[in-house]
Design a protein around this ligand. Structure first.
Ligand code: SF4
Length: 305
């Protein structure tokens, strides 16, 4: 028996989730509808795509990017844009093989063009080999190289926007990590505008949904898969911040949203007082960088690749 308080606020069916802001209880169908409507509204409000855009989803095959592809698949045609998918294979044994298979199966099912870019092809070695002796820096090295590999994939598919699966939790964690590292430039950095001729603008349509909501959405749509965790994930500061933030959100609902609003306020005030910093091109590879040599070349040089 479902108590009266545990029924959908719209149709009275058994509720599967309780959401705040505004307070509502939702059945499976209304939860799916609500999540899709919030993503659609965020995309429209923030003008994330324009008619004629070719949007590449960075598809790892994990839960966030799977939800992103499922959500954008029906939304993009209504906005006059098309959808493609780019997967980066870093070469992480025991982890990437399964998520790659999931990405291939999903794009085949939805009929979405899919390109795979590998670290081995691009940088001469896979991540496991690049990290020998410096495993604790896994996510730092991977993050720099992944960004370059994704940019390469975007070029190959001729996309005009890159959509990433960052959710509300990821965004709030990034803000806190930048604060903990004292990294003000990164806190202010906004990648949503891109750099003409170099980086395509990045969009984050899932930033309005929490990780819990994404898992619920996938479960309800029958796409949830229990995939392995990246073996390097536990070494990151992010995992400590994730645990702390999850506790805060549980005790003080709305914490993550307030952190995002704080970041947006910092960015707005930074934009009003500072000119955009000019970037130059790396003297080794010709990619855009703020110094003489880009981070990718510095990392690979250290590795002797
Ligand atoms: Fe790369 Fe870290 Fe993500 Fe693993 S958890 S794929 S090492 S960024």
């Amino acid at each position: 028996m479902t108590s009266a308080e545990n029924r959908c606020s719209f149709c009275g069916k058994p509720a599967v989730a309780r959401l705040t802001g505004p307070e509502r209880r939702l059945c499976a169908a209304h939860f799916i509808e609500d999540a899709e409507a919030r993503v659609f509204a965020a995309m429209k409000d923030e003008c994330m795509v324009a008619p004629g855009d070719r949007v590449a989803v960075g598809l790892s095959g994990g839960k966030d990017s799977t939800a992103l592809l499922l959500l954008l698949h029906p939304i993009l045609p209504t906005l006059g844009a098309t959808l493609v998918a780019v997967t980066v294979d870093e070469g992480i044994a025991g982890y990437r093989e399964e998520t790659l298979k999931a990405a291939e199966a999903l794009t085949a099912e939805l009929g979405v063009e899919h390109v795979i870019v590998t670290f081995a092809d691009l940088f001469g070695k896979d991540l496991d080999r690049l990290l020998v002796g410096r495993e604790a820096q896994g996510c730092t090295v991977c993050g720099v190289l992944r960004r370059r590999a994704l940019a390469e994939g975007v070029k190959r598919v001729g996309a005009t926007k890159l959509a990433t699966g960052h959710n509300l939790d990821d965004e709030a964690q990034s803000v806190l990590m930048n604060v903990l590292r004292g990294d003000l430039p990164r806190l202010r950095q906004d990648t949503s505008t891109g750099q003409p001729g170099h980086f395509v603008p990045r969009i984050k349509p899932l930033a309005v949904l929490s990780e819990k909501e994404i898992v619920t959405y996938l479960l309800l749509r029958g796409y949830f898969r229990d995939l392995p965790e990246c073996p390097y994930a536990g070494t990151a500061l992010r995992s400590e911040v994730r645990t702390m933030l999850a506790g805060l959100e549980h005790r003080h609902p709305g914490t993550m949203l307030r952190i995002i609003r704080f970041r947006d306020g910092v960015r707005r005030s930074a934009r009003s007082v500072e000119p955009v910093k000019a970037l130059s091109t790396c003297r080794r590879c010709g990619e855009l960088t703020s110094g003489e040599v880009c981070q990718v070349c510095r990392l690979l040089e250290r590795d002797g690749t």
